[in-house]
Structures are given as C-alpha cells and as structure tokens.
Design a protein around this ligand. Structure first.
Ligand SMILES: [Zn+2]
Length: 410
C-alpha cells in the first residue's frame, strides 16, 4: 500500500488550485505542473497513446488483452483543487491505526479534527488516516481519483493474466470551477461509457444529480433626498426583501435533503438605486425544476405588475441537468460498478448527488458517466482527510470493473 500512498502524496504536494475569476483555459497555469508529471508517469508505467492537449486534458490508453470485442470503457478524474481553500504547501500528516479519538491537526492554531463533529471518521478506525496540517486543504478531491486510476492501470499492466478490453483514462482541468467537461473531446476519448472517480465515502456510486440553474435578479430603484422622498423614492433593497420573502421559506439548502430541491440566495448586493440578488435553483426532478424556474419568474412578474415600471429583471440560465435520463437506458454500466464493489468487499451506497459532477455534463455530451467514490471526506477545506485503505479499495474497484466488463462481453 505504501506505493499508492507515495503516489498520492506526490500529487497532493503539487499545487493545482483553479480560479473561477480567470477566464483563461485552464484557469491557472499551475495545473500544468501536475499535468506534465502525469503525462510522463503514464508513459513510464507503459500506457499507450498518451496525450496532453493545449487545454490541459490528458488522455491515455490501456489496450485490450483479449481477442474478442469488448466495449471501450473510461475512467476520469480532475487535476485541479477547489478555489475555496488554499492548496499551496500541502503537508500531509499520517495517523496509522487510527484509534477513533480527536486528531490535533495543528497545535499552535488549535485545529482539531474530531469524530464528535465529523462522525464518519469512525468508519476508518484501525486504518491509516491521511490528514492536512490544518493550514491547507488535502487535495484528495480529486488527486485520490487520479492516484487510484494510475495505480489500477499500473496493476493491470503488471498483471497481464487479468483480462480486460480497451481502457481509456482522462484527467481534466478546472472541474472545481464547473468547466472540467467543457473542452473534453468525447469523440477523441472514444469510450462507450466511463466513470468519474470523484465521490466521497467508500461505496458511493452515483448516477443522479441535480438539474441546475443560476438566476440573477436585478431591481432598479430611484434615489431621492430622504427629506423630500415622499411618493418619489423607490428603495430597491426593500423590493428585494419582498422578492426574497415571496419564495418558499423552507426550500433552502439548510432545510432540505435527499430529493428535495431548493432556491439558494448566495449573494446580494444593494443600495437604494439598485439591488442584485444571485440565486441557484436546484431540483432532481425535471418537471419540478421547470416549475421552480417558472415560479421564480412569476414572483418577479407579479411584483412588476404590483409596482409598475418593470423595476425587476430576472435572468435564469440552465447550468447542468440530471444525468439519470442518460444513464437509465444503459443501467448495466451502474450494475457493473455495483458488482465490482461487492467483489472487492465494498458495500455500494447508491444515492443521488445534491450537486453536479463532470459526469453529468459528459453524459449529455454522449459519454454516460456515473460517479464512483474516491474515498476522501470533508472536501474543499482544512478538515479534508482520506484513509490509505480507501485509495487501495477504489483501485481494486477499477481493476474489477475492467475485468467484469471483459467477462460480460465474452
Ligand atoms: Zn472533485
């Protein structure tokens, strides 16, 4: 297991944070640092047709070792780490044979990773936990996924007795800023289906995600001296308040779970003359999702009618859709992953993602792409951790999927 730990550490100590405010692609130059390392490493372990394109996408092939036709399958992970928290100077800490107690990440700053708050730590009692030193994120999201895919390919190359069809692997930049799938060349990838290795807890297997929109509400007011304002001033902030209050008050992230959708106000900026509200709208069910967008627009229309002058403008843009629609016609690809997990002693946890993945966009680009656990927890912050055993289990799942697919098509 030391080998995969070393590989993981090599990746997480290379800073690859992406930047939502940079329109370039990739959004940060430093993502090339890991891409270049991976490009070389994939050649070194014996992968074929290794490419790193101008947009920082890596692809490589493990050729089939059987003499009959098996569908080409793919495994995908992302190179970048979240803009939410620094990934500079990651110093991983190792906690072998974790005893289930508090872990002091940083003595000076009194930063403690505690199972009394993060109870899923107890799932990994007796295992080797890898944590941060409390000053950075860890980067298991998604360098665990990369380490697992590379390790699985290396294992298959070293064990030609394990039979498999052609396997394609892809590493993408800028997933954390929502663009990982944007420049992904599905035709060049050439797989019939793929899996992103980008989930959290061991066993996670996901093929449903939100339908998602972003919405901007702009409210135009009128500024007048407050002493002479009667009948003249229009305070856009007070209208914004009415708009906010007209939405269902309990359909917000902190009040919803499972398949419940929501409206989430994530930014507001106002003065008397102009207030801008930024929302995201989410629902797994397409009909309910369309209904939410219509409801949102109707609140603005009703207020405009009441107040006159078209003071409120609404702009709603679809961001991504639930991949379920694209996966259900090919459910065997989920079944194979589920069976592979069971084969290596992992209990599958099939659930709907309350978010999106690169896989949802890829599924709509013609590459059906469920999501499999990579093993990390508490992504995007200083409490991120992963058990070394999870790195190994996910690697085993990939190997097993390759093997099972070849078996099924014999
Ligand atoms: Zn991720």
């Amino acid at each position: 297991m030391q080998h995969i730990i070393d590989r993981f550490v090599k990746y997480i100590t290379i800073d690859t944070q992406s930047d939502p405010n940079n329109p370039n692609f990739p959004s940060t130059e430093k993502q090339w640092d890991l891409a270049n390392v991976l490009f070389k490493e994939l050649k070194d372990i014996g992968m074929e047709n290794v490419t790193l394109d101008d947009n920082c996408y890596i692809m490589a092939t493990l050729p089939s070792n059987v003499d009959y036709k098996v569908p080409t399958i793919g495994f995908i992970a992302h190179i970048d780490t979240s803009p939410d928290y620094t990934g500079t100077n990651v110093k991983p800490q190792f906690h072998p044979n974790y005893n289930g107690e508090d872990i002091v990440l940083n003595k000076e700053e009194n930063i403690v990773l505690s199972p009394s708050y993060f109870d899923d730590l107890l799932l990994y009692k007796g295992q080797t936990l890898i944590t941060t030193d409390g000053t950075t994120l860890l980067g298991a999201d998604d360098k665990a996924g990369i380490a697992e895919i590379v390790s699985a390919m290396e294992y298959l190359i070293q064990h030609p007795e394990i039979k498999h069809g052609e396997i394609r692997i892809g590493f993408t930049p800028d997933e954390e800023v929502g663009k990982g799938a944007h420049m992904f060349d599905v035709d060049k990838f050439g797989a019939e289906w793929a899996y992103t290795m980008d989930g959290s807890q061991v066993g996670e297997l996901e093929y449903e995600n939100f339908n998602a929109a972003g919405a901007t509400v702009t409210i135009n007011g009128k500024i007048v001296h407050p002493g002479y304002a009667k009948g003249k001033m229009i305070n856009s902030m007070l209208i914004a308040n009415e708009f906010i209050a007209a939405l269902p008050q309990n359909e917000i992230p902190q009040e919803t779970t499972g398949y419940e959708g929501f409206f989430h106000l994530h930014a507001m900026n106002g003065e008397v003359e102009k207030t801008v509200l930024e929302y995201i709208i989410r629902d797994h069910d397409m009909e309910l999702y369309q209904g939410r967008k219509a409801q949102f627009q109707k609140i603005a229309n009703d207020l405009n009618e009441k107040l006159g002058n078209n003071l409120i403008e609404v702009e709603i843009n679809d961001q991504y859709f639930n991949m379920r629609e694209k996966i259900e016609p090919v459910m065997h690809i989920v079944d194979i992953a589920e069976e592979a997990m069971k084969n290596v002693g992992v209990t599958p946890l099939i659930k709907a993602i309350r978010g999106g993945t690169d896989g949802s966009q890829l599924s709509y680009k013609g590459l059906p792409c469920p999501n499999i656990f990579a093993g990390g927890h508490n992504f995007h912050g200083r409490y991120e951790y992963i058990a070394a055993e999870s790195l190994q289990l996910a690697t085993d799942v990939i190997v097993n999927i390759a093997q099972l697919t070849a078996k099924k098509y014999k």
